[in-house]
Structures are given as C-alpha cells and as structure tokens.
Write a protein that binds this ligand. Structure first.
Ligand SMILES: N[C@@H](CCC(=O)N[C@@H](CS)C(=O)NCC(=O)O)C(=O)O
Length: 181
C-alpha cells in the first residue's frame, strides 16, 4: 500500500517525507497549494479539520499532525529501515525529550522566520524586522544548545536523525535571506 502524503514537499510535511524515506516506506505526495488555500477546501477539511498539512492516508487509515505521524511510522516499522526510537525505554525517553524541544523551542522561531522572510514577500506584506530579530535570537540560543549537546552525544546516528529530521521542517531553507542569494 503506497502511503499518500498530503501537502507540499517542504515545511511540516517534509518531516513526514524524510521519516518515510528513513523507514523505507513507499509513498506519494498529493500536492496541496497553501497559497491558493487548498488546505481550506471542504474535501481537505474532511481529512484534516484544522486545515493544515501534512495528512497521511495509509489505506483507509488517516492521520494528521506531523510528529504524531513520525511516531506512528517509527513504531509501525520499528525493525525496518533506520531505527529511530532506540532500544531501551531510556533511549526512547531521550528521543521524546528532543522531539519536544524541537516542537516547543526550535520550531516556533523557525516558523516565524519562514513566514516573515519567505512567505511575507510573496504575499506583498512587509516583513516585521523586530519579530525577525527576536526570532533569530531565540533560534540562536536553541542552536547553541544543540551544538553543545550533540558535540558530546554518545547517541548513535539513527536516533540523532529522528531529532534532526523533526527539525528539518520549515527551517531547512531559512538561513539565507532572499536578498542575499
Ligand atoms: N502541528 C502541525 C502544524 C502543521 C502546520 O502548521 N502546517 C502549516 C504548514 S508548515 C500549514 O498547513 N499552514 C497552513 C495554514 O495554517 O493555513 C503539524 O506538525 O502537522
């Protein structure tokens, strides 16, 4: 059964796509154009009542919220592809710890930067420079912690990957402002 991933191949859906690649699960993307508001169409809202991407359909099973989807596939295909969850409950705890950090500390400033730097110009809205500065400062603090912890981590590559994969959502193309490309 080929998994359907609804959404563009960037931002939050990218977390899911990278996870499916790591778990060697066959998938196809169903493009949803956020700029055209396709995520608010009644048909899409039947799959995701909050009108956000990603959503997956795996046969007749439907799931939304990217991190819930990551956890689902990491468990479902535990012994297939890259092990993303660890072998002990303690290792799993560490994975969950850093998934929460990604969700609560890394993603909010990255998401704001993505909106302000990448999306606002496309919509003809002037970016909020104060918000950009504040978000860059918050992000820099998180990245300092990542750097410090990862440089000392004894964690094997695969679990490190789930945490980094989760962090590969909206942030992946952020770090250059369009005017500097
Ligand atoms: N917590 C959700 C967030 C999903 C989300 O905010 N997706 C954005 C794209 S990154 C979206 O669909 N935005 C469209 C909108 O809010 O109208 C998840 O991780 O799946």
């Amino acid at each position: 059964m080929v998994v359907k991933v609804y959404g563009p191949a960037y931002a939050a859906p990218k977390r899911v796509i990278v996870c499916l690649i790591e778990k060697e699960v066959e998938f196809e993307t169903v493009p949803i154009d956020l700029l055209k508001g396709e995520n608010k169409h009644p048909e899409f809202l039947k799959l995701q009542p909050f009108g956000t991407v990603p959503v997956i359909q795996d046969g007749n099973y439907t799931l939304f919220e990217s991190r819930a989807i990551l956890r689902y596939y990491a468990e479902k295909y535990k012994s297939q592809g890259t092990d993303l969850l660890g072998k002990t409950i303690e290792e799993r705890g560490v994975v969950e710890n850093w998934l929460e950090v990604e969700s609560n500390s890394y993603n909010p400033p990255v998401f704001t930067l993505a909106v302000q730097i990448l999306l606002s110009p496309k919509l003809g809205i002037p970016p909020d420079e104060n918000l950009i500065k504040e978000s860059e400062e918050k992000l820099a603090k998180v990245l300092d912690v990542y750097e410090e912890r990862l440089s000392k981590s004894k964690c094997h590559g695969s679990r490190l990957k789930l945490r980094i994969r989760a962090a590969s959502g909206p942030g992946h193309s952020l770090f250059r402002r369009p005017e500097s490309t």
